[in-house]
Design a protein around this ligand. Structure first.
Ligand SMILES: Cc1cc2nc3c(=O)[nH]c(=O)nc-3n(C[C@H](O)[C@H](O)[C@H](O)COP(=O)(O)O)c2cc1C
Length: 145
């Protein structure tokens, strides 16, 4: 069955630190898994970028809730498609803080290379997915029971 992939960007509306990201990840673990939603959330330089993937109605519902969160604003969908497979099947939400020193320089370069305001074509969205892929190895997720 085809799933929906939605990517949005937003700007932090308050100081974002590891405890705040941990709280977001906690919410995501509780709400995303029961709805079959997986994805990844990146934070850096005051910007969020998040990929949500799952059944269309569930992705839309969780997105509507996230978009109202006062911890960020200027929330904009930059990419949306149907796909036959998930990119992050085992993550209810992988969260990566770009400010963390564990992130390699080349991942930062990739982040800088992407013009988040101008992701309108396939070439740019490939770059986007390269970025998400590059982050996979930086995410430590609890192993499922
Ligand atoms: C950038 C950002 C990403 C978020 N991602 C998710 C998410 O993937 N899933 C989720 O349930 N909540 C997410 N949240 C939190 C929701 O906006 C909301 O606070 C939460 O779902 C409320 O549920 P709770 O009170 O049970 O924690 C996110 C918040 C922010 C600021």
């Amino acid at each position: 069955m085809a799933i929906t992939q939605l990517v949005y960007t937003s700007r932090a509306a308050c100081e974002i630190n590891d405890p705040i990201l941990a709280a977001i990840q906690d919410s995501a673990c509780r709400h995303n898994e029961p709805h079959g939603i997986t994805g990844v959330l990146l934070y850096g330089s005051g910007l969020f970028i998040q990929l949500l993937e799952g059944p269309l109605e569930d992705v839309d519902a969780i997105y509507q809730r996230i978009a109202k969160d006062p911890r960020h604003n200027d929330v904009q969908i930059i990419y949306r498609t149907f796909a036959s497979e998930r990119r992050f099947p085992s993550w209810s939400m992988g969260v990566v803080n770009m400010e963390s020193t564990r992130v390699e320089l080349n991942v930062r370069d990739l982040w800088d290379e992407i013009d988040l305001d101008a992701i309108t074509n396939d070439q740019d969205s490939n770059l986007l997915f390269r970025l998400f892929d590059a982050f996979q190895k930086h995410v430590e997720m609890p192993t499922p029971n």
